[in-house]
Write a protein that binds this ligand. Structure first.
Ligand code: ADP
Ligand code: MG
Ligand code: MG
Ligand code: MG
Ligand code: MG
Ligand code: MG
Length: 699
């Protein structure tokens, strides 16, 4: 999660005094990067995933499962073995890396070096993920397991939920009623982030998730597990004074959100313009894949009426003052800000003609001085707005030792703001002194319980991002509708019963447009594909022609007619009966009802690649999971967990997920992951768990 630097953190008062300094030099650093790399062309497709785990300690006698707070020791062991195993790793596989995360029970892993665009690399992702999990497992105690759960069901319940146990009374950073100080990674960055968010905001963070009302849940629901009368910290009375809503699950600390696990993917683009096209193409996909990966229906020991983490994590780092939130007129704060610094993106970035100004219809407070400075430097309107919008925030953690930096060789001040804008997509400029190019990070997905599923979603998004660039697909809808989809995506059972705004005609050319594509100027290393469709190629390439120009005189539909509400099945699998008529090689994509579905697009994209039948079968095996989850023949993890709780013999239909139910759920998830327990409503019948493969990972 961004920069880790060991130093002396400034107090919040001092951070405020230096905020303008950090912002000014952050922009200077960004401009140096821009000047150096704005014209850089020809970077290849490289990409990588990030997976976060929770380490859970099982007590099989007491039937209790707790979060193990041994992150520091485990990471030390993992980093010391990394040196010793690099010699047994075949050349094609580099040693994975493990990183600390916010929760002291969390680990993050990434492949040791990014994957290339080759099909064998794409097909190695699952083995790589399994290898990483096996490595982690090997360095745990026998009763500990590395689980990929998005939210821990009993985080913050009264009594012990961590191993060892700590009292929430000691939570000096968060002042939480529920989470002890020891829930947080001890690295000074994390407690400082926690405390500074609270201080900047002027109160504890406040999260209220609607409770799932079951047949025996009391109404109204006044949570008996909240210590309403505690008086240790100044903020303790907040809950009673209205912060904790009836009929909701109340949470009051950063750890509830940043203690969640997710699956993130980063893609390198050929050049900055392609990175901006890819970013825009993936913006509307964010909420769709949030709904389809939904995995977090249980919070603080209760079933929630939502299936996803998003609003919890957004609320958990919401450092906006009352003025910024619009509760008081602006006096000390500079802007009213509609969203938390963890939320969906507000602006499409591409300079492509398809990006009509009408799509950028969200309120967009931005720092006018920074905007003017960027424009004067020659940056275009959209990128200037993007950066000056990110920079309305204050830095949260500043170290005395790194206040003064060489702005030509460092990007730390830029990254300070960039990496604490936690949004659905992140546009990542190249770091200084590296060979890394312009990248886009896709950040909305919840982590899945098995690496088969995590790999399936990775394969899907990689191929979709290739199809977006290759066909120059047009997924634009007003960004305010993407935000409506974010809300809908989190609703209980959204993947099955929800509807989402989606564009009807995703072709890049209008029906009357001729098929002449502009010629490629991608520079060396890229063949010139014809009509935006690459020739048969062993690799998924990164560079495609610049998008075709709009035909003058063609009619432009009013924006509201370009999109409609679709089910998940329609978005993924296309409109029933029409998939087969889809032909992207014609001069235009079919319009209106001929929406091919995202899987339809990917299928056509795959036909442009030189893939063996065996490879194609393997890819379709992954895509099948996406297809089946979208059509309802497989459940989302959230629905599966909710069903598990509701059919547990000890469940009293009162929304409460007890320690016993939680233990059985954790054991079931682990057994499913290892393949010793079947869950055919969740996974394909032929899923073999990691256990069966652990001898043959061979890498
Ligand atoms: P962060 O936490 O800031 O998002 P991480 O280092 O945890 O960053 O993860 C970055 C991901 O990007 C990893 O999966 C890594 O393999 C991948 N990656 C590294 N270099 C490149 C590159 N040049 N292009 C695309 N992806 C890359
Ligand atoms: Mg992370
Ligand atoms: Mg990371
Ligand atoms: Mg990170
Ligand atoms: Mg995280
Ligand atoms: Mg990341």
């Amino acid at each position: 999660m961004g920069l880790l630097y060991l130093g002396t953190p400034l107090t919040w008062e001092d951070v405020e005094k230096h905020a303008d300094h950090v912002r000014f030099h952050g922009i200077t650093q960004f401009l140096h990067t821009w000047d150096r790399l704005k014209d850089r062309h020809g970077d290849e497709l490289l990409w990588g995933d990030e997976i976060e785990y929770m380490v859970v300690a099982l007590d099989d006698e007491k039937k209790d499962a707790r979060l193990s707070l041994r992150q520091t020791e485990i990471l030390e062991k993992l980093s010391s073995i990394v040196g010793s195993i690099s010699s047994d790793c075949p050349d094609s596989v580099s040693v994975p890396t493990f990183h600390p995360e916010y929760g002291r029970y969390m680990l993050e892993s990434t492949p040791g070096s990014p994957y290339t665009g080759s099909i064998p690399d794409l097909l190695s992702v699952e083995a790589n993920m399994r290898y990483r999990r096996a490595l982690a497992r090997k360095h745990l105690k026998p009763h500990e397991i590395p689980l990929t759960l998005t939210s821990y069901p009993r985080l913050g319940v009264p009594g012990p939920f961590t191993e060892p146990y700590f009292e929430p009374a000691d939570a000096v950073s968060s002042h939480s009623l529920f989470l002890p100080e020891e829930i947080t990674n001890p690295h000074v960055r994390f407690p400082t982030l926690t405390a500074n968010i609270r201080q900047r905001r002027g109160s504890k963070v406040m999260i209220n998730l609607p409770l799932y009302f079951d047949t025996n849940t009391p109404r109204p629901f006044i949570d008996p597990t909240i210590p309403w009368e505690r008086s240790i910290y100044a903020e303790d009375p907040e809950a009673k004074a209205g912060a904790a809503l009836p009929d909701h699950i109340y949470m009051d600390a950063m750890g509830f959100g940043m203690g969640c696990c997710c699956l993130q993917l980063t893609f390198q683009a050929c050049h900055v313009a392609d990175a901006r096209r890819m970013y825009d193409g993936l913006v509307p996909i964010g909420p769709i894949l949030l709904a389809l990966t939904a995995s977090s229906p249980i919070w603080r020991g209760y079933l929630a009426d939502v299936d996803c983490r998003w609003n919890v994590i957004a609320g958990s780092v919401d450092d906006r003052t009352e003025e910024e939130r619009g509760f008081k007129p602006l006096k000390n704060s500079r802007f009213q800000i509609p969203k938390s610094r963890y939320d969906s993106v507000d602006l499409y970035l591409s300079m492509d003609w398809m990006n009509r100004p009408e799509y950028n219809d969200n309120p967009l407070p931005y720092d006018e001085c920074i905007y003017a400075r960027l424009r004067e430097h020659g940056l275009d309107d959209l990128l200037s707005k993007h950066v000056s919008h990110l920079f309305i925030r204050d830095p949260l953690v500043v170290f005395t030792e790194t206040l003064d930096q060489d702005d030509e060789t460092s990007s730390d001040h830029f990254e300070n703001l960039q990496s604490t804008n936690w949004q659905t997509l992140r546009f990542k400029p190249p770091p200084p002194n590296s060979s890394i190019g312009w990248r886009v990070e896709f950040r909305s997905m919840e982590v899945q319980m098995t690496d088969y599923e995590n790999a399936a979603f990775a394969v899907f998004v990689v191929l979709l991002s290739r199809a977006i660039l290759s066909f120059n697909t047009n997924f634009y809808i007003p960004i305010s509708k993407v935000d409506e989809n974010m809300g809908r995506a989190q609703q209980r059972d959204a993947a099955q019963s929800g509807k989402f705004f989606f564009r009807k005609n995703v072709g890049s050319r209008r029906q009357s447009a001729a098929s002449s594509a502009a010629s490629s100027d991608c520079g060396s290393g890229c063949n010139s594909p014809v009509n935006g469709v690459p020739g048969k190629d062993k690799k998924m390439r990164n560079c495609f022609p610049d998008p075709p120009l709009p035909e003058s005189g063609t009619n432009v539909l009013p924006v509201e007619e370009e999109y409609e509400e679709m089910t998940m099945n329609e978005i993924m699998n296309g409109k029933v009966g029409l998939q087969s008529e889809y032909n992207p090689r014609g001069s235009h994509f079919p319009k209106g009802d001929d929406f091919p579905g995202l899987l339809g697009l990917i299928t056509v994209y795959l036909e442009t690649l030189d893939i063996s039948p065996d490879e194609l079968t393997k890819i379709h095996n992954y895509l099948d999971l996406i297809r089946r989850r979208s059509n309802g023949s497989l459940l989302t993890p959230a629905t599966w967990m909710r069903n598990f709780v509701r059919s547990h013999p000890a469940y009293k239909h009162d929304s409460v997920v007890s320690a016993e139910i939680n233990y059985d759920l954790i054991v079931a998830v682990d057994e499913i992951e290892r393949g010793v327990r079947k869950a055919e409503d969740l996974l394909p019948a032929d899923y073999t768990g990691s256990q069966e493969d652990s001898g043959s990972i061979g890498m």
